[in-house]
Design a protein around this ligand. Structure first.
Ligand code: UTP
Length: 231
């Protein structure tokens, strides 16, 4: 049985994971920071598809694929990204992306780190992370993404957008539900994931995954920058 202190699920956006050109140093630093913080924890890392998924989805859409088929492209890409993170993490990590929750949970009984990607069409890897956290009975979840928190509106489009440091599950649901519901959206947190963290009461921190200091603070349950969602 798993006798570790805490199971911690982290949704890692593909956009923060993928190296630029030939420089994998960001991925190496991320892997080192995660390894340093394992302590008595088991990390379950759910990896997103990032720009590569968006490109495949765009190409598939140009070829007139249906939305569920486009979702499958996103799922396969997230698993490819999961493999890259597994390589960077080395031998304390379960050696393949877990295909489903049962595999992830049993792998977590033997390894300190388990990585997985997407599972089924119709949601993003944030929802996978929220469901896995619910299955594990986790009290908290981290979403390490490409923005540094939840904003009142899209900060890339609206100059008046303001960061919200603390918000309730219902406030988050209201903000993210304005996003699109088709393959490859890029909202700060998946609306389905927002509903799952509410029903399971999983307090969630949203942090800029490229800012490793903030990310580390969030792992240590000491959020410095970012947004915290709770009851
Ligand atoms: P992501 O989880 O990568 O979504 O899934 P994202 O919001 O673009 O996240 P970042 O940029 O990596 O942070 C990409 C797409 O893959 C499909 C969906 O179409 C999703 O939009 N997908 C992913 C699924 O259908 N099911 C899954 O379980 C995961």
């Amino acid at each position: 049985m798993n006798e570790r202190e805490e199971d911690l699920v982290i949704s890692i956006g593909g956009s923060i994971l993928l190296p630029e050109d030939h420089d994998v140093s960001g991925l190496t630093s991320l892997a080192e920071m995660l390894q340093k913080n394992i302590d008595e924890k088991t990390f379950y890392l759910v990896v997103g598809g990032g720009n590569i998924a968006r490109k495949y989805i765009e190409w598939g859409r140009d070829l007139d694929a249906d939305e569920a088929t486009l979702d499958e492209l996103g799922i396969e890409t997230s698993k490819l990204n999961a493999r890259l993170l597994i390589i960077a993490l080395g031998k304390r990590c379960y050696p393949v992306p877990a295909n489903d929750f049962d595999e992830a949970i049993s792998a977590g009984n033997h390894y300190s780190i388990v990585v997985m990607g997407g599972t089924h069409p119709g949601h993003t890897t944030d929802a996978v992370a929220a469901m896995l956290a619910e299955r594990l009975g986790s009290k908290r979840l981290i979403n390490a993404t490409s923005v540094d928190g939840v904003y009142t509106s899209d900060p890339n489009k609206d100059d008046d957008a303001e960061k919200i440091e603390k918000l309730s599950y219902d406030e988050l649901i209201e903000i993210v539900s304005k996003g699109e519901r088709e393959a490859g959206p890029n909202v700060v947190f998946d609306p389905l994931a927002a509903r799952i963290i509410k029903r399971a009461d999983i307090q969630t921190s949203i942090v800029d995954g490229k800012d490793l200091d903030s990310f580390e603070d969030a792992i240590q349950d000491n959020l410095s920058e970012g947004s915290k969602i709770g009851p």
